[in-house]
Design a protein around this ligand. Structure first.
Ligand code: FRU
Length: 481
């Protein structure tokens, strides 16, 4: 299948982003590398295209870009929703499920009482089949608001760490364990940073610092109260001593200032020590209204993380994993040296393939200048009055509005790369420090430029077609793939 074809009956089917063949998907879960495969589990409704019957769906990939859907991994039961959590590879068999067993640590949300406890399931066949632990739950504090355990092996201490949200208290609790079954509370982090919404989906990991040393990063999803309204993901950079996480700056920062980036989490056990992240490309404020069929929910591109220092602070930087570049196919369209005033249509007959668009502008006298996607469905540009890189989404099935973040001009120019898929755009700027992820649902695929309130110049624009990463969807049965 060339990048020029896409089943017309699925006009918004992403070509370089993971979507299940059918039905509802939210948070990524159980991100782990094992035996040559990256695993992506996720919140999944095997029975329908709205949230419900929460189970874990499953997909695997050799490279974090090409995914194969494997169906439901851990199904909901009459008693239990299988909420978000993580998977570890228990190399030494500490939990008694055997050496190198995959162990899922998830939140069992009781369908009757709403009480949220932490539970285990294990797999000895590379995550294909799962057995619930008979001794569940392994952690129960009698709370309806205690979920999304992220577990990792803390090598320095020789024990497991769990970071878990006490959602309405805006805290992340840390626990330790020798065997994944008995857990001892260590400390709480929070409230800090954005506290308007509930805290969910913590992640805690170490990243190298440019110039030497390392720092720990805590991710916390917040809903509502995100940077574009509704859901958002904040992060804190700091230190972790095996007991307590101490942020360098308790005000936190947004990992992505778009409207559709939530519940982001990172892979454990990635070879070469890379740390890669994926998020749910949606906002709880709009997710139920996403106009796609027969699936609802997509993941972001997988992004490699690093830390950069600027202005006396340490920042998280993201860039699409290198395997995304391998999707480049065919000659790019290039434009340069163009004065832009008002709307300038450039490409009016784009097919459904995904695009990598690299743009460099001189804002000149314009108040706002940038790229127009899908006949104005969304504009990605620079706002000279606020000094921000922004996305402005027009009226449609998901909330309209303008939101943005830091834009750094270099030699008076703004530069960014946007990955445009069938119903989404992810914009990376400022060496990956500023990222904007938004869904949009164009009626026609087109690309143009616009400048408002003056004249801007386009220094260069490279529009590189990308080949689809998606395999042809296997014909799914009535209950999912
Ligand atoms: C985050 C979240 C989690 C929960 C899951 C339920 O989006 O609300 O806190 O475990 O979704 O599907």
């Amino acid at each position: 299948m060339s990048h020029r074809s896409l089943p017309r009956r699925e006009p918004y089917r992403p070509q370089i982003h993971y979507t299940p063949a059918r039905n509802w998907m939210n948070d990524p879960n159980g991100l782990v590398w094992h035996d040559g495969e990256y695993h992506l589990f996720y919140q999944y409704n095997p029975e329908g295209d709205q949230w419900g019957n929460m189970s874990w769906g499953h997909a695997v990939s050799p490279d974090l870009v090409h995914w194969e859907e494997l169906g439901t991994a851990i199904p909901a039961t009459e008693d239990e929703h299988v909420f978000s959590g993580s998977v570890v590879i228990d190399e030494h068999g500490t939990a008694g499920f055997g050496r190198s067993a995959a162990v899922a640590v998830y939140t069992a949300s009781c369908q009757r009482t709403g009480v949220q406890t932490q539970a285990l399931a294990s797999s000895a066949d590379r995550g294909r089949t799962w057995t619930r632990y008979r001794g569940n739950p392994v952690l129960d504090i009698g709370s309806k608001d205690f979920r999304d355990p992220k577990v990792f092996w803390y090598a320095e201490g020789g024990y497991w760490i769990m970071a878990i949200a006490r959602c309405s208290e805006r805290r992340i609790a840390l626990y330790r364990s020798a065997d994944l079954k008995a857990w001892t509370w260590l400390s709480d982090f929070g409230p800090a940073g954005a506290t308007l919404g509930e805290w969910e989906m913590p992640d805690l990991f170490r990243l190298p610092l440019e110039g030497g040393g390392s720092r720990w990063v805590m991710l916390v999803s917040v809903n509502p109260g995100g940077p574009a309204g509704g859901s958002g993901v904040q992060y804190f950079v700091g230190d972790f001593d095996g007991v307590t996480f101490t942020p360098e700056d308790a005000s936190g920062s947004w990992a992505d200032v778009g409207r559709d980036f939530y519940a982001a989490a990172t892979w454990e056990g990635t070879p070469e020590g890379r740390r890669c992240l994926i998020g749910w490309m949606a906002n709880w404020g709009d997710a139920a209204a996403i106009p796609t069929h027969p699936w609802r929910g997509a993941m972001t591109l997988s992004r490699e993380l690093s830390l950069v220092t600027a202005g006396g602070r340490t920042w998280l930087a993201q860039r699409p994993v290198a395997a995304v570049r391998d999707l480049r196919a065919g000659e790019p369209f290039t434009f340069g040296d163009l004065e832009v005033r008002g709307d300038v249509p450039l490409l009016g007959h784009l097919d459904e393939g995904a695009l990598e668009v690299t743009a460099e502008f001189e804002p000149g006298t314009a108040e706002r200048a940038g790229l127009v996607l899908g006949d104005g469905a969304i504009v990605i540009g620079y706002d000279a009055r606020t000094g921000e890189l922004f996305a402005e989404r027009g009226p449609g099935p998901v909330t309209a509005g303008r939101h943005g973040g830091t834009a750094v001009l270099r030699d008076g120019r703004i530069r960014f790369t946007a990955y445009v898929d069938a119903c989404s755009v992810e914009v990376f700027s400022d060496d990956g420090r500023t990222v904007i992820t938004d869904l949009f649902f164009p009626e026609r695929r087109a690309l143009g430029l616009s400048a408002v309130g003056g004249t801007a110049s386009l220094v260069s624009l490279v529009v590189q077609p990308l080949r689809p990463a998606r395999r042809d969807v296997r014909s799914p049965g009535p209950h999912g793939a």
